[in-house]
Design a protein around this ligand. Structure first.
Ligand code: C2E
Ligand code: MG
Ligand code: MG
Ligand code: MG
Length: 290
């Protein structure tokens, strides 16, 4: 009887496996098709520079976030399809598409606002490991006619730890172009302080798990802000969801913030109206001369 039960379990397990394999294959086919046809879109979350007072807060950048609307399945989150794109070797093509789209759209918003807005674009470890990556970034910047200072590339700590020497060299090359480097989800990895000292980095993005633990994690955020100053980097706090959190991080001295309280990620067509409202409000009225 035990044997029968065992056989049943095996049968169930096996059916489950077969189904999963089929689904995976379909997922792979669909993702490949989406990347090939340019079916990955980009949404943008505003990044604000914090001032002493909330009315002085100013939009300084937009983080590009990849989106995949998978026909028949709805919206697949990037945490689900980015790892798959990496597995399938599609991440280079996908990453280049996101970069090109973001920079092209940013160029338009910079023109209409007259502001030196920055696009923050996430990159995968595999992209950083690719010897052609730096040239690709330079080419896309030239193609859209933007200076390298318009681009900030975000990379996670864990990614940097994979091959420290190669990562450091590649980041130095990117920085040599004039592109800024941000460490994303900072505080969740295991990098040593000595390593951080050598890292060519301009921005530390404080992971939203710290923001979520405010006011408890006030000292932790304060420490990261001090650390950033010591290495000459600025800070961006992620995941600001409430006005209380915003006030606290402002008080701690964080340079910039991002989060649902400030703005959700916006579809491209909603960015211009948003900027018009925000930038319009922050722009002093032109003075009448004479
Ligand atoms: P990330 O780079 O840390 O991006 C921030 C994520 O937090 C985004 O999720 C954003 O929608 C979400 N978020 C923003 N504000 C808040 C908030 O106040 N509360 C909460 N709970 N969440 C907030 P999203 O768009 O789902 O992206 C998830 C991750 O996927 C990103 O984390 C990034 O690591 C990765 N990713 C997204 N787009 C790309 C891409 O084009 N290339 C690569 N390599 N990775 C990407
Ligand atoms: Mg990011
Ligand atoms: Mg992050
Ligand atoms: Mg994250």
């Amino acid at each position: 009887q035990a044997k029968d039960a065992g056989r049943d379990q095996v049968a169930v397990f096996d059916a489950g496996l077969r189904q999963t394999a089929g689904e995976r294959l379909e997922l792979h086919t669909d993702l490949r098709a989406a990347v090939d046809r340019g079916g990955i879109s980009v949404v943008y979350q505003p990044v604000l520079r914090l001032n002493a007072h909330a009315d002085g807060d100013e939009v300084v950048g937009l983080e590009a976030l990849a989106r995949w609307h998978r026909p028949g399945f709805g919206d697949v989150p990037p945490t689900a399809f980015i790892p798959t794109a990496e597995d399938l070797g599609l991440i280079h093509q996908l990453g280049e598409q996101v970069l090109r789209t973001a920079l092209r759209e940013l160029a338009g918003w910079r023109r209409t606002t007259g502001r030196p807005l920055v696009a923050a674009v996430n990159m995968s470890a595999l992209q950083l490991a690719d010897a052609r990556f730096v040239d690709m970034v330079a080419r896309v910047l030239a193609e859209v006619g933007l200076p390298p200072s318009a681009l900030e590339l975000e990379i996670t700590e864990s990614v940097l730890m994979l091959d420290v020497d190669q990562s450091l060299r590649r980041l130095a090359e990117l920085r040599g172009l004039g592109v800024s480097i941000a460490v994303d989800d900072f505080g969740t990895g295991y990098s040593s302080l000595a390593y951080l000292r050598d890292l060519p980095v301009d921005v530390l993005k404080i992971d939203r798990s710290f923001t979520a633990q405010l006011p408890g994690d006030r000292a932790m955020i304060g420490f990261i802000v001090e650390l950033a100053r010591a290495i000459g980097a600025t800070t961006v706090v992620e995941g600001v969801e409430t006005v209380e959190q915003l006030d606290l991080v402002r008080g701690i001295g964080c340079d910039q913030a991002q989060g649902f309280h400030l703005s959700r990620p916006l579809a491209a067509q909603d960015v211009a109206p948003y900027l018009e409202r925000r930038v319009g409000a922050a722009t002093p009225r032109p003075r009448t001369v004479g």
